[in-house]
Write a protein that binds this ligand. Structure first.
Ligand code: PMP
Length: 361
């Protein structure tokens, strides 16, 4: 194996090489302190600077207005499926959910256990290959929950829906920081950081101040957004490694064109792979409704499952891993997150055409 291969896995996934190298160089002896950052107190000056710098970078890169607060919360996006309704779905209120796939279903099912969560639209009848757009949000709803990118099905919401003034609560796990966000529409955005931002195990949560003020305070402490917010996400020992790595990744994002750079490259990469599919449509097929295609997770089928297995195995031998589709849907999936170089998409596209020629259906 070469030192680095193209990693098309859906998360955990490829991270910027510069960030990995910097972490490697300063892992054992951080800032000449004679110890690793991860052996230090999280209350000390050195860690505090890393923590606050990372928070500021989130604000700068995402162009966050003062109306919103940044939180780092240990536990993946799955914990947020519970925290959201615990905080904002008090008895007597209700929230609406758009169901666009596996993770959206999980978010909805967890919310139902806690309060009055209502599914107002679902893509289930056509296996989530289309994102439902025809729904009306009840202005009395506490929030509208949606998933901006559906990692498993390969669909993405390219425009936030009209919501009758209801704040949008968005799971952005798999397209975080890949484009600008109209923050005036967002009450709460969250995601596990293990795709575009860093290693697994932590969520980045961005919450509007007036929403934060409505968070419940009569629930267990770790689940209280207000407590995390009032302590700048240091209510308990924070996930220091995740925060440190996210800071390095965000520095890389900032130095590589910021969100405009990420957005432009997301277009370029996904266009390259979709073109390889569409130009060879007697062999490759993307099952997703065209206007809902994801720029982060490009899903495609080959003429048979046998050819798909062969494709995945030969791609791995050629230095491209993670191309097997999620076990629940099969097929192939190439995840093209921020850190995937354009050459990765080009190498994959060339390999696809070559494979097709050598392996007729
Ligand atoms: N939401 C989406 C869109 C995801 O892709 C994932 C993980 N792949 C999750 C939520 C769950 O995240 P975690 O594993 O960090 O709990």
């Amino acid at each position: 194996m070469p030192e680095r291969i193209y990693n098309f896995a859906a998360g955990p996934c490829t991270l910027p090489l510069e960030a990995l190298k910097k972490a490697q160089a300063e892992f054992v002896n951080f800032e000449n302190a004679g110890m690793s950052l991860f052996e230090m107190s999280h209350r000390g000056k050195i860690y505090d600077k890393v923590h606050m710098d990372c928070m500021q970078l989130v604000r700068d890169v995402y162009e966050l207005p003062e109306t919103h607060k940044v939180l780092f919360i240990g536990g993946g996006a799955t914990l947020q499926f519970t925290m959201i309704p615990m905080n904002f779905l008090a008895p007597g209120s209700f929230a609406e959910y758009i169901n666009t796939g596996t993770w959206a279903t999980k978010a909805y099912n967890d919310a139902k256990l806690i309060g009055d969560a209502r599914e107002i639209a679902t893509g289930k009848p056509n296996e989530f290959m289309t994102i439902p757009k025809d729904f009306k949000v009840d202005p009395k709803a506490a929030y509208l929950h949606l998933t901006t990118n559906n990692t498993i099905k390969g669909t993405e919401l390219h425009k936030l829906p009209e919501t009758n003034g209801v704040p949008i609560f968005a799971d952005m796990s798999s397209d975080f920081m890949s484009r600008k966000v109209d923050w005036s529409r967002i009450g709460l955005a969250y995601g596990g950081i293990q795709k575009n931002l860093g290693p697994a195990g932590m969520s980045l949560v961005i919450i509007r101040n007036d929403i934060l003020e409505k968070a419940r305070t009569d629930i267990p402490s770790y689940l209280r957004y207000d407590l995390h917010a009032s302590k700048d996400s240091m209510y308990n020992t924070p996930p220091m490694f995740q925060i440190y790595m996210m800071k390095l990744v965000l520095e890389w994002v900032r130095d590589n064109g910021g969100l405009e750079g990420m957005d432009k490259r997301a277009d370029e990469r996904s266009n390259i792979v979709y073109k390889a599919i569409d130009d060879n449509s007697t062999y490759f097929r993307c099952p997703v409704n065209r206007e809902d295609r994801s720029r982060m997770n490009v899903c495609f089928r080959l003429p048979s499952e046998e050819l798909e297995a062969k494709f995945v195995a030969e791609a791995l031998a050629a230095g491209m891993n993670g191309l097997k589709g999620h076990r629940s849907v099969g097929g192939c999936r190439s995840s093209l997150y921020n850190a995937m170089p354009i050459e990765g998409a080009e190498t994959l596209a060339a390999f696809m055409v070559d494979f097709m020629k050598k392996n007729p259906a």
